[in-house]
Ligand binder design. Sequence first.
Ligand SMILES: O=C(O)[C@@H](CO)OP(=O)(O)O
Length: 210
Amino acid sequence: MGCLVLLRHGQSDWNAQNRFTGFVDVELSDKGRAEAEKGGRLMQDIRFDRVFASTLKRAYDTAEIALAASGNNEHLRENGGWTITRHDDLRERDYGDLAGLNKAETAEKFGDEQVHIWRRSYDVAPPGGESLKDVVDRVGPYFEREILPELQAGKNVLVGAHGNTVRALLVALDIHSPEEISSVEIPTGVPMIFDSENGTPKSYRFLTGE
Ligand SMILES: O=C(O)[C@@H](CO)OP(=O)(O)O
């Protein structure tokens, strides 16, 4: 079994502004680029065979910055870029009508409880968007079809992901239950390395360098 690392993107401009982002293709902030570099340095011992990312630039930019900073993955450079398999199924949860709104202002308007339900419930979707369960239903099958066979073939795999796609994968892999996942928060730019059992990833730890 190869090694799996999930990497939530570094801080984005809209994370810094506390805005719902979802499918909107925003840039990394300077802090986010620095987080991606630090994450890459912490992965200096891992030589990846395959890299996957969402089609949103904050995810693949983070993966590229981290690969460059790792110093151990030059074989993945191609034509001035990097060999990364990008797919829409790995995008952040669609926040629908909330995309672009400030989270604190939205909580003032609709109440903290309603905003918490939109952000962290398992099966309630924000207006016009996806619930976490919807994300499990698109990320889980993609993982099983495209990523798991690579791990089972002994390949080391990096996935440039998003907060809610990581949370969805932790449910899809049965590492956290739908109840537990509502209180799980994923830090930006910190690699998550998985241990496997019986051919599937079963537990994880954050690589913080501490
Ligand atoms: O806005 C978003 O797309 C996500 C991740 O930044 O937010 P939240 O953590 O509130 O689900």
